[in-house]
Design a protein around this ligand. Structure first.
Ligand code: G6P
Length: 609
């Protein structure tokens, strides 16, 4: 996903901008570019990685102000001419988002004599800004930008420079993340705080329909009517070390290994084993409201959606609330039947997924109460929901979600127990049992991690296969889906997750001796059922890899390879199995020499529809 950066201060801008762009690489990108003011605007851009940009951009280019961009193609191929910044004479613009009315604007601007060099929607912003600054007696950059965004439909985070006003960077935001960093004698703008965390932890999250400007020693924020907006500075606690690889070969492996800690952080201060209660201070729902709840709708995409399926089972079992799980991109167009008494739960690690935000807005328009489960403090979803439950997993750089997924599962357990206790669906004794189980999870995850060599061996054994199946039942069904998603994301092996009972309705036709089948077979009330499904695929010559509990002495009779996980409370087993499958995907991708942290075509944060 695109990332924008801006720097203005007393230091040379280019090294800072390049460094900032590198910290945004995790968002996924295909091109990069920079404009720096060096007596005039100088722009350098390339299709490809930032290291390609460094080859054409002299690192010692003078200039103390500049903007930069990493692009993820939406309009026009990943080619240099489509990379940002986009220019219009003396104006340079970087943009994250999509301008929906760009064709109409483009035709108008062509009619006015502007010549377009790219296929992008962004270039209309540059020309429109130039037009607005230069017709009608002339305007300053900020006024020109304010006028420009009033004509834009769609989403944007914009940073802009102009040759005649080299002492400012102007910015604007709607429906796309933008944060400014306040330094000492220097200021920053970026799509997310990691871009400038090395320089400052003091930040302001810009809201929708705000514009503003940065000078080296000051900043101003305005609404669209030109009224000054006063905002508190927030202090970001994450330090940059937390976002470094800490000696691991990949961010993904580091993040998999962080899970004992991240899980502990997720539940820290919330569990009382003595009382059998979960305290969620950030949950702004009155007990009476909770008791009246008839239905909940979980909305999410990707990995977060897989977490949501487990959430559905948990809310139904522990809280007695009928729960639907919806794919955000479908929900908004599906005429949902909502009467306002339902609870909407949006799960999104980034807090910026466009489809999830749109679906939440749609459900809020019916008057539904909403809860957001997210990892990113200050992200857009947090400003659009009644309550926010943070997963507290720390920054996740690998595109494939790992620690944010297990942290989401933990929040879902805690929310289900909290609601279930309020509604009187589970007893204190049942809650205590679960809470004790949750507290054991960090140590149990560590045991799974300690067995990584055995999982690596298994991964290597099947790394050359073309297709994989993952099967599970009930609580292990979302584990199967997530296991398959992880494998396809980073190893590019075709993998399907299936509810094991559905195999006979189609997928069995694809099972051969060349198709490994991963069966999630932890102990629980569907254990016998999954054994039958294992026998079905064995009868078709499949090689079966089972994820099974340490104390399961039976499983080896039926399968070819066993990946062991500690025995746990039945409801909590998905956390441990998921960690084991993350390692299986990781080592498979490693054996296939794939680009693990940045898989092809994928982005960490998908802020367009
Ligand atoms: C992208 C990421 C996935 C993620 C999905 C939803 O596709 O690559 O890892 O699961 O977006 O993102 P969210 O931030 O809403 O959880």
């Amino acid at each position: 996903m695109c990332g924008i950066v801006g720097y203005i201060g007393s230091e040379q801008a280019v090294p800072i901008l390049i460094d900032s762009l590198k910290t945004l690489e995790y968002r996924g990108y295909d091109s990069a570019g920079v404009t720096v003011y060096n007596g005039k605007l100088e722009t350098y851009k390339v299709a490809g990685r930032i290291m390609e940009l460094e080859k054409v951009l002299p690192i010692d280019t003078p200039g103390n102000v500049g903007i930069g961009h990493t692009r993820w193609a939406t309009h026009g191929k990943p080619e240099t001419r489509n990379a940002h910044p986009h220019l219009s004479s003396n104006v340079s613009v970087v943009h994250n988002g999509i301008i929906e009315n760009y064709m109409v604007l483009k035709e108008r601007l062509i009619g006015l004599g502007y010549e377009f060099k790219s296929d992008t929607d962004t270039e209309v912003i540059a020309h429109l800004l130039h037009f607005n600054m230069n017709h009608d007696g002339g305007k300053h950059l900020l006024d020109g930008l304010t006028e420009t965004i009033k004509e834009l439909e769609g989403s944007y985070a914009i940073a802009a420079m102009c040759e005649e006003e080299p002492d400012i960077i102007a910015f604007a935001r709607k429906d796309s993340p933008l944060v400014i960093g306040i330094g000492k004698g220097s200021n920053y703008a970026a799509s997310d705080v990691t871009a400038f965390l090395k320089h400052t932890r003091e930040v302001i999250f810009i809201s929708d329909n705000e514009v503003g400007l940065l000078r080296s020693d000051s900043f101003e924020i305005f609404d669209l009517n030109g009224n000054s907006v006063s905002r508190d500075i927030e202090i970001i606690e994450w330090n940059l070390e937390a976002a470094e690889k800490a000696g691991y070969e990949h961010f993904m492996l580091k993040e998999i290994h962080e899970q004992p800690t991240s899980i502990r952080n997720t539940f820290a201060g919330k569990l009382s084993e003595i009382e059998g209660t979960v305290t969620l201070d950030e949950l702004y729902l009155q007990p009476e409201e909770v008791k009246r709840l008839k239905r909940a709708t979980i909305i999410a995409c990707g990995t977060s959606w897989n977490a949501g399926i487990l959430g559905k089972y948990l809310f139904e079992k522990l809280a007695g609330i009928h729960t639907d799980i919806e794919t955000a991109s479908e929900f908004r167009y599906s005429n949902p039947i909502l009467c306002g008494e339902e609870l909407t739960i949006a799960i999104t690690q980034s807090g910026e997924t466009a489809d999830t935000l749109a679906a939440v807005r749609s459900s809020t328009s019916y008057g539904c109460r909403s809860i957001a489960i997210t990892n990113v403090v200050g992200s857009t979803i947090t400003r659009e929901s009644d309550s926010v439950l943070y997963t507290r997993a720390g920054p996740e750089i690998g595109v494939a979600a790992t620690k944010t997924f297990t942290a989401q599962l933990l929040v879902l357990y805690m929310l289900a127990i909290n609601l279930g206790r309020t509604r009187g669906v589970i007893s204190a004794a049942e809650a205590k049992d679960l809470i004790a189980g949750i507290k054991r999870l960090p140590g149990q995850i560590q045991k799974v991690l300690d067995r990584k060599d055995a999982i690596n061996e298994c991964a290597i054994q099947f790394a050359d296969k073309r297709d994989y199946f993952f099967i599970g039942r009930y609580l292990n069904y979302p584990v199967a889906l997530e296991g398959a998603l992880k494998l396809k994301e980073i190893s590019y092996i075709h993998a399907e997750g299936y509810a094991a009972g559905e195999l006979k309705h189609g997928p069995l036709a694809l099972i051969t001796d060349e198709t490994p089948v991963v069966a999630i077979a932890t102990k629980g009330h569907t254990y016998e059922k999954i054994l039958s499904n294992i026998k079905e695929v064995k009868a078709r010559n499949a090689t079966v890899i089972a994820v099974a509990n340490d104390d399961d002495t039976e499983i080896e009779k039926y399968v070819d390879v066993v990946i062991r996980v500690p025995s746990s409370h039945e409801l909590l087993a998905p956390v441990l199995s998921s960690v084991a499958l993350q390692l299986l995907s990781y080592y498979t991708a490693l054996a296939r020499d794939c680009s693990i942290d940045k898989p092809r075509n994928l982005a960490k944060s998908v802020t367009v529809e």
